[in-house]
Design a protein. Structure first.
Length: 171
């Protein structure tokens, strides 16, 4: 935010969003970006929507963008409410603790998301076994979570020699 400790209104947010998008686009090899909120003292909902949540949504399937050091409860609440209204999940890390604010997963996908957030990487077959569901059902859950922006997805090789998607938490 160019050394600023407050983010107010759309006019201030637009150049910050443009700078963040430009930076992310110049780093195509980076699949994850961690945006530090350290030192930010105030942020209104319009700034949060334009400078943070909209950018996260824009890169939803191509880059995992998460927030770190978000200890200010008022700022967290503004981002949470805006992201929920916009239908975008926002991954937040405080130390080793991870949570997703904003968009909530469906009740049917909540268990899969919780499982994925508790580990660095998930195979659908492993979750299917743990949850007692079919691999196809587990695959559908994780695909939906990826499409909605809750998780990242990479292509890997299955034990059978085919393609298997691995799902990762953002951050």
């Amino acid at each position: 935010m160019n050394g600023e400790t407050s983010g107010w209104d759309r006019d201030q947010a637009i150049p910050v969003a443009a700078k963040l998008v430009s930076l992310l686009e110049t780093l195509p090899e980076r699949s994850v970006a961690r945006v530090s909120m350290a030192g930010i003292e105030r942020m209104d909902a319009s700034f949060a929507a334009e400078a943070i949540v909209e950018v996260i949504g824009r890169f939803r399937k191509s880059k995992g963008i998460c927030l770190v050091d978000l200890s200010n409860k008022a700022i967290r609440l503004n981002i949470d409410l805006v992201a929920e209204r916009m239908g975008i999940p926002v991954t937040v890390w405080n130390g080793a603790e991870v949570e997703v604010i904003g968009l909530k997963p469906s009740a049917g996908n909540r268990e899969a998301l919780d499982y994925a957030l508790a580990r660095a990487e998930v195979r659908t077959a492993t979750f299917a076994d743990v949850a007692g569901i079919s691999i196809a059902n587990a695959s559908t859950k994780f695909k939906q979570l990826w499409e909605q922006g809750f998780l990242m997805r990479i292509e890997g090789a299955a034990d059978s020699g085919g393609v298997e998607f691995l799902y990762r938490r953002i951050g």
